[in-house]
Write a protein that binds this ligand. Structure first.
Ligand code: PLP
Length: 458
């Protein structure tokens, strides 16, 4: 039994869960015969479940979220101190942690200026889409209303964010979708669509091709994940981002970067785009903002975008939007303390160092296991793509990917995989340990993978 649990018998919890909980993204049938996984407690990189099993978590809460690790008393205290003083007031007014968090965040995002607080990554992206639509109405006679999104990117689970979703396997059963969203090609060089030397620039030019086809005066924004997460851990090829920015500027298209996964230290910089020296107009972030200690997500804009809503002569000029729980103070209180921890504990530096070690270990695994076709990553955000044949790059069957994950789980290590059911993209093992990972943690993760790959593929 785990050493932290105050309750030692979870049989009632497990039966309550089985009877009444609808788990996210989970098939019902297997839960009729096996116990649902119920997590009880966490400390640092480790978790204990209701059966008393210990897990080393290599994906930060399963979905790249718990950046500063589990069991942070100081975040709990910051939340308690704030909510007992003032838990909520509508976001039409400010709050003490809201103002201090916005200031601290903007100090780490040169060129950005305004923070709009909401609850989830999907919601932050929805707000960005609404801003773009309102700008089209206010400043472009309704014309620049289209939003470009990229094949393999994901921006959320609501109907509008799924309209901007580049993973058809997720979208298949939920249409019809919102009009005005147009897809551009992905930029994964390992699954190259163009046989050229300067792949990054070519992949960016493919966006320009779509812009010219649709008409630049119809397009308001380009919304991209800086590094694609669930769609395949796609790190941008060299030269890509610089060219993308140039194209957006040429056609007066707002650059909206979805940093829901790669924001707040995950890649070793505060934000993923800061590796490339580019300046977005809109940035959305969620998961790592408060490491899952409270539900907070943000849309951050430049002052130029903010100013587009400033017109006292027009009563309709304001951004006519609200999010009730965007006024909860627990979120910014947790986010402020989360940022303090990242800074004071040198977690950006640790992420760079441990990310390099993880990539090195994955490279060594690639040498030992022919099934690893490609390894890619930035900071503590890495993937290993599994192929049946290195020559043809044919992906392995998804069942084999799941078998590797299950084997690691049996060894007490939680790893993940990219979105399911699309050959060529569902075959990437995902690793995103907390930014506090030590060299021993990283080595334990890749050792478990080594054993699992040997057992599953021989
Ligand atoms: N954007 C990206 C890149 C994501 O990975 C996710 C969630 O995984 C979202 C947006 C949606 O965030 P949320 O689940 O908080 O709505």
């Amino acid at each position: 039994m785990n050493q932290f649990a105050s309750v030692n018998d979870f049989s009632g919890v497990i039966s309550a869960d089985r009877a009444h909980v609808w788990h996210h993204l989970t098939q019902h049938k297997p839960l009729e015969t096996t116990d649902p996984r119920v997590m009880v407690e966490g400390r640092g990189m480790r978790l204990w479940d209701a059966s008393g099993r210990e897990h080393l978590d290599a994906v930060s809460g399963g979905v790249w979220t718990v950046n500063v690790g589990y069991g942070r008393d100081s975040i709990g205290e910051a939340i308690r101190d704030q909510v007992t003083r003032l838990n909520f007031f509508a976001g039409s007014a400010g709050s003490v942690p809201g103002a201090l968090f916005a200031q601290k965040l903007i100090e780490r995002m040169p060129g950005m200026s305004r923070v709009y607080s909401v609850n989830s990554g999907s919601e932050a992206n929805e707000k960005a889409f609404k801003l773009v639509r309102q700008i089209a109405h206010k400043h472009h006679g309704g014309k620049k209303h289209k939003i470009l999104f990229r094949e393999r990117d994901y921006h959320g689970s609501t109907i509008a964010t799924m309209s901007a979703g580049g993973q058809p396997e997720r979208n298949a059963q939920y249409g019809p979708y919102t009009p005005g969203f147009v897809q551009v090609p992905h930029c994964l060089e390992y699954r190259a669509q163009w046989d050229v030397e300067n792949y990054g620039e070519r992949a960016a030019d493919a966006i320009e091709d779509v812009i010219l086809r649709e008409g630049p005066d119809t397009i308001g924004a380009l919304c991209l994940e800086t590094v694609t997460a669930g769609g395949g851990v796609i790190t941008p090829p060299k030269g890509y981002w610089e060219r993308v920015q140039e194209i957006c500027r040429r056609y007066d298209i707002l650059l909206h970067l979805d940093e829901v996964v790669c924001g707040v230290g995950r890649t070793g910089e505060w934000f993923g785009y800061q590796h490339y020296g580019i300046q977005p107009d809109l940035v959305t972030m969620a998961k790592g903002v408060a490491s899952g200690y409270a539900a907070i997500a943000c849309l951050v804009t430049t002052e130029k975008v903010f100013d587009m809503f400033k017109d006292d002569s027009d009563p309709m000029s304001l951004f006519r939007d609200i999010s009730t729980y965007g006024g909860c103070t627990a979120g910014p209180a947790a986010a402020l303390e989360n940022m303090r921890i990242i800074e004071d504990e040198g977690l950006l530096e640790n992420t760079k160092a441990m990310g390099a070690r993880l990539m090195q270990n994955l490279g060594a695994l690639q040498e030992r296991h022919a099934v690893i076709g490609d390894v890619r990553g930035l900071g503590l955000f890495c993937g290993a793509e599994l192929v049946a044949d290195r020559e043809s790059r044919a992906p392995v069957d998804e069942k084999m990917v799941q078998a590797v994950i299950a084997d690691c789980m049996a060894q007490g290590v939680i790893i993940g995989a990219t979105a399911r059911a699309i050959p060529g993209f569902n075959n990437t093992l995902c690793l995103a340990p907390a930014l506090i990972a030590t060299a021993d943690d990283i080595d334990s993760i890749t050792e478990a993978m080594d054993g699992a790959l040997s057992r599953v593929f021989g």
